[in-house]
Design a binder for this molecule. Sequence first.
Ligand SMILES: *Cc1c(COP(=O)(O)O)cnc(C)c1O
Length: 471
Amino acid sequence: MNEIENISAGEMIRAAAGMGAAYLEAVGDRSVQATAEALAGLGELDEAMPAGTGDPAETLGLLDRVGAPATTVTAGPRFFGFVIGGQVPAAAGAAVLAGAWDQNAGLQAGSPIGSKVEEVAGRWTLELLGLDPSCSVGFVTGATMANFTALCAARHRVCANAGWDVDGQGLVGAPAMRVVAGEQVHISVRKAVAMAGLGKDRIELVPADAFGRLIPGELPELDERTILLLQAGDVNSGALDPFEKIIPRAKAAGAWVHVDGAFGLWARACEGKRHLVRGVEGADSWATDCHKWLNAGYDSGLVICRDTEALLGSMSARASYLVEGDRRDPSWFVPELSRRARGLEVWAALRSLGRAGVDDLVARCCRHASRFADGLAAAGFEVINRCPGGGVELNQVLVRFGDDATTKRAIEMIQRDGTCWVGGTDWGGGLRPGARGPHAMRISTSSWATTDEDVELSLEAMIRCARSAAE
Ligand SMILES: *Cc1c(COP(=O)(O)O)cnc(C)c1O
C-alpha cells in the first residue's frame, strides 16, 4: 500500500492553508531579514534523496518548520527592497485555489477559467492604465519577460516594414536595427535586448538628467529602423521619462516606442500621480509587473502591445492564428506554452481593490515614500532624489548617510536590526562603461500592508542604525 494514497490532496491543501494563515497572522512580528539561526536551520534540508515514498504531511511540516523562518518577509508591512511589494489578501487566497486547481493556462482547453480571467483582467488593466482597449495583453513571469516579448514584437514589425520576415528568416542577413534607450535603462531591459538578439552593447544610450529622466534634447536622430526604449519609474529614483516630449517625435520618425513601466506605469491608475505619466499612452508597447505595485503575488508580469499582428507574429507557434475566429489561446501572446494560471491572482487583486483601491494603494505608497524622504532629511541625511519642495515624486527614496563606507555599514545594520528591510544601490553613473555613482540606500514603498505606523517604526530604526554607523 502506497502511503501517499492514504492522504488526500484536499487534506494537504487544508494543512498548508492553515500553516500559511498562521504565518501571515504573525507576519508583522518576524524579523524582516531571516536571522542567522534561521539560515543555519536550512542545513536540515541537506539530506540524501529519499529512497522510498514518505508521508506528505511530514514533508509539508518540515517545509513549514524550516522554511517559514528562512523567508524574507516581503509579505509583511516593512519590506522596502527592490520595489517588489506584497500580496493583497484576495490574491493570497486565489493563489491557494490556483494551487489546488493545478491549471495549465497556456491553452483554453487546459484552463477555461485561466483564459477567462486573463481576458477580463487584461481588459481591466488597459482601462485602469488608460491604454487603447484594442491592445493585446500577455501574461508572463515579470517585466523582464514582458520587455523581451515586446522587443520580439518590435523586431517583427521593424523588419517586416523593411521587407524582412525575421521570425521566418532570423537575424542573420536581417536589415540593421537600432535600439535607443536612456542611460538609466534597467539592467533587465539590457538583458532582454540581448536575448532578442539585438545586442546589449549596441544600445545607443541617451544621457539622463540628475533624477534619471532621459533628456529629450539629447535624443539622436530616430528612424523607422529604431526601437526606442523609454522608462516609467526608474528603479532607483522613481523617475519617469518625459513621454509627451518624446513619443510624438519618435512616432513621427517611424520608430517603435516601448515603455518599461514595471512599477511606474501604475501611476496611471492614481489620479494624483497621473500627470507624471502623461503621453505614455502613445507608445506601441509596454511592460509592467503585477507582482510589484499591484501586489498580486509572484510570478506575474504583463506585456501590452498595440500591434497584435506583430505580437502574434513573433509569439504564436501556429501559422493559422488569423483564421481561427474568436478562439485565442493565452500562449499565442507570450513565450511560454505550459504555465500556471497566474491570471487568477491578478484578477482577484483587481476585483477586490477596484479602481478606488488601486488609486489609494499607489497614493498611499507615494505618501509613505515622501514621509521617509522628509524624515531622513530632517535627521540631517542627504536624500538624493528629494523634490525641491520636499517629499519625492513617486515611491522611491535614495539616501546617503555620509560617505560610501558609512552608507554601506548603515544599510547592513538596518538589515540586521530586522525592523525593516532596505537595500543599497550605486546611483548616478548610468550604465556608461566605467561610470559608477555613489552608494546610496534605496527605499521602495510598494506594499499594501504598510501603515503610517510601520513607516514611523522603520524611520526610527533607520535613523538609529545610521547614527551608530557613523560613530
Ligand atoms: C523590477 C523591474 C524590472 C524587472 O522586472 P521583473 O519582474 O523582476 O522581471 C524591469 N524594469 C524595472 C524598471 C523594474 O523596476
